[in-house]
Ligand binder design. Structure first.
Ligand code: P53
Length: 476
């Protein structure tokens, strides 16, 4: 007995902009991912004003899943996937985002892809907005700082719920909606919300306003899904990096608690349909006057999510400092290194126990079914002459995390729906735009500069994960 329930959704996860390519095919519009260049560890991706000549935009071709999805899905089926998490590129359906009628070629692409999944016995799990909103909504409307985006998003959501209701049961609204808690850097505000800041602008209230409109849009989408087809299940998607106190000093503990408040209040609104009081008090203390109407408040209560999807890669740590008497959390400056865990080559703290802790944290707070929709190890792989990759480090990382996930289910009684490791086929890194930060069970022949045949090959972890699924997690 492994402890995972029958029908446990083993699978893999990706996002449209990171693997599809075909950035202009089938009438697709330009997304925010299409104007981001390749960076590296410590070198941020450049966000350009539109698509400029001579720049390297890795998402334009990505790994060409757009043309190769049939073969890729076959490899997923060979591993035994029960589900496949991807996103619908909003720009394939509404190229600019503000059209009244959808683009049929884009709709047909996903119809065909979902049919292929179902033929192989794979359940699609779909994110509506995964770092790929239409760029036009940034230039014309200022991104999610504009209330009009609620209407555009809800229109998109209704079109795809209606079209795919008999092919897709599991949905999520906004990928890692809480990444933008890190508002001092440019990446998350842009990828989450299409926000570009003016020099000197007070970023924090803009982030809260954008997040509010997204939360209202999410709630309206959940409500619409229920009206269209009550069997649809719609979840939220949270980037979970639990924040530990560096020491047991009481103020370090309070600092960690405040940090968790500031990074995870998004879940409260998604699940409970209202803002936590600590955040309303914070808005008051900081003098943030946000556009939150009674109608919004009502919408939030009517669109509470069915489950919590979350990503887990790492844990964080923080500590109190004398220059911060209110113990306010600022993700750019408040994090410290945890001396008890190792780090990946990209500085991500490796902490399998943190996954068990996170599962318990979510379940204690919200008592909703949980779905681990991302987890994985970005690493540099070496392709051997025989075409294999000996990625034992990836197997070790995933096995350690699955072992902790099992304890959360068997010993702690957490209700877990499934597990979809991130980047199940090598793809473009979101954070750095690199190809060499690889997560896959399947190697893709392409480098950071865009050279390579795009040929696929099975890594050592491929057969390992196949066995994990075949034994429902008994053999790690
Ligand atoms: P990359 C930051 C922290 C945790 C998860 O990330 C994050 C990020 C953003 O980089 O993103 C998620 O590719 C995201 C995926 C992304 C994956 O984690 O930077 O949902 O789109 O690819 C891994 O190594």
């Amino acid at each position: 007995m492994s402890g995972f329930k029958a029908g446990f959704l083993w699978g893999g996860a990706v996002a449209a902009h990171q693997l599809e390519g075909g950035w202009k095919e089938g009438g697709k519009g330009i997304s925010v991912a299409d104007v981001m260049t390749a960076g590296a560890h410590g070198v941020p991706r450049e966000i350009t004003d539109g698509v400029l000549p001579g720049k390297n935009y890795p998402n334009h071709e990505a790994i060409d899943f757009y043309h190769r999805y049939k073969d890729d899905l076959k490899l997923f089926a060979e591993m035994g996937y029960k589900c496949f998490r991807t996103s619908i590129a909003w720009t394939r359906i509404f190229p600019n985002g503000d059209e009244l009628t959808p683009n049929e070629a884009g709709l047909q692409f996903y119809d065909d892809m979902f049919d292929e999944c179902r033929k192989l016995g794979i359940e699609p799990v779909i994110t509506l907005s995964h770092f790929e909103m239409p760029y036009h909504l940034v230039t014309e409307y200022g991104g999610w700082r504009n209330r009009k985006l609620i209407e555009f998003f809800v229109r998109f959501a209704k079109v795809v719920f209606t079209r795919y209701q008999h092919k897709v049961k599991y949905w999520m609204t906004f990928n890692e909606i809480n990444n933008q808690a890190n508002f001092h850097e440019d990446f998350a505000p842009f990828t989450n919300s299409g926000l570009k800041y003016q020099p000197g602008e007070d970023r924090e209230p803009v982030m809260y306003q954008a997040a509010h409109y997204e939360l209202v849009a999410s709630a309206l989408a959940v409500k619409a899904a229920r009206e269209i087809n009550p069997s649809l299940q719609v979840g939220c998607m949270i980037a979970m990096c639990p924040i530990y106190p560096l020491t047991c000093a009481p103020n370090d503990m309070m600092m960690a608690m405040n940090a968790m408040h500031r990074r995870y209040w998004f879940t409260d609104v998604h699940v409970r349909g209202k803002y936590p009081q600590h955040l309303l008090n914070y808005f008051e203390r900081r003098g943030f006057e946000l556009d939150i109407t009674d109608e919004d408040r009502q919408a939030l209560t009517q669109g509470c999510v069915d489950y919590i999807g979350f990503s887990y890669y790492m844990s964080f740590a923080t500590k109190a400092t004398p220059d911060n008497p209110q113990l306010d959390y600022d993700e750019t400056t408040s994090l410290v290194s945890n001396p008890y865990v190792q780090k990946s080559d990209w500085g991500w703290q490796i902490d399998p126990v943190g996954l068990r802790y996170s599962l318990n944290w979510f379940y204690d707070h919200y008592q909703l079914p949980l779905f681990i929709v991302e987890n994985g190890f970005g690493a540099i792989d070496v392709l051997e002459k025989d075409g294999t990759v000996n990625d034992q480090y990836r197997i070790d990382y995933l096995a350690a995390h699955i072992a902790e996930m099992k304890k959360a289910v068997v010993e702690d009684g957490v209700d877990l729906m499934g597990y979809t490791p991130w980047g199940c086929i090598d793809l473009v890194s979101a954070g750095t735009g690199e190809m060499k930060k690889r997560y896959g069970f399947i190697y893709v022949d392409k480098d950071n500069e865009g050279n390579g045949t795009l040929a696929r090959s099975r890594k050592k972890s491929f057969a390992w994960y196949q066995q994990v699924i075949a034994t429902n997690g008994s053999e790690l």
